[in-house]
Design a binder for this molecule. Structure first.
Ligand code: ATP
Length: 433
């Protein structure tokens, strides 16, 4: 990440190049909700694939599931979300603006930062869940909630999966999917939004294994971020102080990333003990404990949770990759995305439109090799290079008039700017090396 990076620059690049748009922009937008354009959607998919692959790369089984977005009140009562999933808020009675009361954005002793008057309400709790009614009836039984996290559908399906999928404790269940939180003050682009995606993995183990697995998953998550190309100094692990821990949690460590707005939580890794399964057992009346034949005992598995937001990770990857430099006297913006996360890995350029017919077979060759390729014949070569630098494309392959004779193309490297002449028969090998 370059030192000159600001969130504004990332937001502008995302819009300019089709990574992220404000949702419903043509109707003036909707606060805290974003749409991902083609490049953003592709990059998010690559991140999700990388995460799941990482989760499933260890000797223990980690199964994937895809739970419903709507949940009954009973689920959220048992999980504690109905009673406790709230943030303190304070309203200005003069301008009607609402603020979070715990993040330093306002000081009740001082005037409202928006209108300058001092007319605060008391601090009140505001539940972050989106509530709705199922069907036409509006009564307590019809009440449902959009899930504020994916984890609970994992807990309530624990027994279903254990009994249907031939797995044994210790094992994990991973889920990637949408979550919704009615954040009081969504901000900082896709860092804090009202609709987002989470990647959560709940690892179920015997109580006596849980401390060890907590440490193991800390290590595994560190290697995940390094594998995404994160500079070691760009992220850190911050263990929670005892007074920060939820009452049931034995241990929790945040993975923090150095965003342009400072060090912020990217992922939470938590030792949740037997809290969730115990709660759901008690509230549902269904026994979620496990019987261990060897020792003739029943026990409630303990859980180590790894929970990261896709949108936050997406932002972190962009920040990590963002650089500015000067090339031949001209300012250049580039994303140094690794090949594995680049939405477009190779741009294939025809020097002039006349060469398009000779260029299409090169596109086909690279696509057949499984590369993410874009053909481009518009604008000067220099302008095209800049466009692909800005969206993180590691290589540009140019077809010129000599290609017709020597069957070679020029491969240009985004980071070193090196240009190499390579025979067509060799380009797949060179680009995938
Ligand atoms: P924060 O303190 O930043 O609100 P949290 O501690 O409430 O986060 P968790 O409930 O632990 O977050 O959720 C796990 C992960 O989900 C977070 O580390 C983050 O990456 C992501 N996440 C949570 N809330 C949001 C949000 N409103 N927008 C985007 N991502 C989110």
């Amino acid at each position: 990440m370059s030192s000159t990076i600001t969130l504004e620059k990332i937001v502008a690049l995302c819009k300019r190049r089709g990574f992220v748009f404000s949702s419903a922009e043509i109707y003036s937008g909707i606060n805290g909700v974003y749409d991902f354009g083609p490049l953003g959607a592709q990059m998010k998919r690559l991140l999700k694939t990388a995460w799941l692959k990482h989760m499933q790369s260890f000797s223990e089984d980690v199964l994937e599931m895809d739970g419903a977005l709507l949940g009954p009140a009973a689920t959220w009562k048992a999980s504690g979300h109905l009673d406790n999933f709230s943030d303190p808020m304070i309203d200005c009675t003069s301008c009607k603006k609402r603020f979070r009361a715990d993040d330093g954005s306002v000081d009740p002793q001082k005037p409202c930062p928006s209108c300058g008057n001092k007319a605060w309400t008391d601090v009140r709790r505001f539940n972050l869940m989106f509530e709705t009614n199922l069907g036409a009836l509006v009564d307590a039984d019809a009440k449902a909630y959009l899930r504020p996290e994916t984890a609970q559908s994992i807990f309530i399906n624990f027994k279903n999966i254990l009994s249907s999928c031939r797995v044994k404790v210790p094992f994990g269940i991973a889920q990637i999917g949408k979550a919704f939180r009615n954040e009081i003050t969504p901000r900082q682009f896709v860092f804090r939004v009202r609709e987002f995606e989470q990647m959560e993995m709940e690892f179920f183990c015997k109580p006596e294994q849980s401390d060890e697995y907590f440490t193991i998953w800390l290590d595994r998550q560190k290697s995940f971020y390094l594998s995404l190309g994160f500079a070691p100094e760009s992220f850190r692990f911050r263990p929670h102080d005892a007074d920060e821990l939820a009452h049931y949690s034995k241990n929790c460590t945040d993975v923090e990333f150095h965003f342009p707005m400072g060090w912020k939580e990217l992922e939470g890794i938590a030792h949740r003990g037997a809290f969730d399964l115990t709660q759901h057992s008690q509230h549902s009346g269904k026994d979620l404990s496990v019987f261990e034949q060897e020792n003739n005992r029943s026990y409630m598995p303990h859980v180590v949770e790894c929970s990261v937001g896709v949108d936050r990770l997406f932002l972190a990857v962009l920040c990590n990759a963002y650089y500015e430099d000067i090339v031949e006297g001209e300012a250049r913006v580039l994303l140094k995305l690794p090949m594995s996360l680049a939405p477009i890995q190779v741009a294939v350029l025809s020097l002039v439109k006349k060469l398009n017919d000779a260029t299409h077979p090169v596109v086909a060759l690279l696509k057949a090799a499984g590369l993410r390729v874009q053909f481009d014949d518009s604008g000067s070569i220099g302008k095209r290079y800049r466009r692909y630098d800005e969206i993180g494309t590691p290589y540009c392959v140019t077809v010129d008039f000599n290609t017709l004779e020597d069957k070679c193309v020029t491969i240009r490297n985004r980071d070193t700017l090196e240009q190499t002449r390579v025979p067509l028969t060799e380009i797949v090998r060179v680009l995938t090396a």
